[in-house]
Design a protein around this ligand. Structure first.
Ligand code: PRP
Ligand code: URA
Length: 215
């Protein structure tokens, strides 16, 4: 994982497998089926990095040969919160890695003219203050959707939040850090900039459309 003093809240997962898969994802010729599989795989690899400091505790284990002490995750179950729609594509990969995770949902879409997020759904598990929440969305562009999702979670009492995306724009990382400096962002790539329509360059296009074969 790499860090930069310019973006103190950002962690870029620079693992060769992640970078290899991301390059295929960016390719406009990659079909929907492969795109969906790659989003799942990259999300899983990113979650491996984003869970690196999760607390564990001793647990007694009987092996076929003797008693020993292993380690297991401590505390309440991790909660995954995809931002609809595109965030859904990241859930299954992470769920395979953390099969006892809870799943919440936040419905947001970006108004095409103002680029501001519009809220339409919010449902998360209870015991919010004691859980770690991973907010999932492949794209961090202006940061409006991410900042709004995090604000909604905090209003509901959530205190421990990480944001996992595939591609981030500097503008979005800065906005999220300004509004929520406590939220660490994990991405596979920090791209160059946004275009006039708020798309990330070089990016991968519209993640929701490419995942679900719309447009
Ligand atoms: C995309 C993406 C993010 C948002 C990022 O969703 O999945 O949620 O845009 O942009 P921002 O950082 O400027 O807010 P979109 O609004 O296209 O909705 P969709 O997932 O339903 O396609
Ligand atoms: N949303 C996307 O799906 N792609 C972008 O590049 C920006 C926002």
């Amino acid at each position: 994982m790499s860090t930069s003093s310019q973006f103190p809240t950002l962690r870029v997962v620079s693992h060769p497998l992640v970078q290899h898969k991301l390059s295929i994802l960016r390719d406009q010729a990659t079909p929907t089926k492969i795109f969906k599989e790659l989003v799942e795989e990259i999300a899983m690899l990113m979650a491996y990095e984003a869970t690196v400091d999760m607390p564990t505790q001793d647990v007694p284990v009987e092996t076929p040969l003797e008693s020993t002490v292993g380690r297991q995750l401590r505390g309440k179950k991790l909660t995954l919160v995809p931002i609809l729609r595109a965030g859904l594509g990241m859930v299954d990969g992470i769920y395979r890695l953390v099969p006892n995770a809870r799943i919440g949902h936040i419905g947001l879409y970006r108004n095409h003219d103002t680029l501001e997020p519009v809220d339409y759904y919010f449902k998360i598990p209870g015991d919010t203050a004691d859980r770690d929440f991973f907010v999932l969305d492949p794209m961090l562009a202006t940061g409006g959707s991410a900042a709004s999702a995090v604000s909604s979670l905090k209003r509901a009492g959530v205190t421990r939040i990480r944001f996992l995306c595939l591609v981030a724009a500097p503008e979005g990382v800065r906005r999220l850090a300004a509004e929520h400096p406590d939220v660490m962002v994990f991405c596979a790539s920090l791209d160059r900039e946004l275009n006039a329509q708020g798309y990330i360059l070089p990016g991968l296009g519209d993640a929701g459309d490419r995942l679900f074969g719309t447009r």
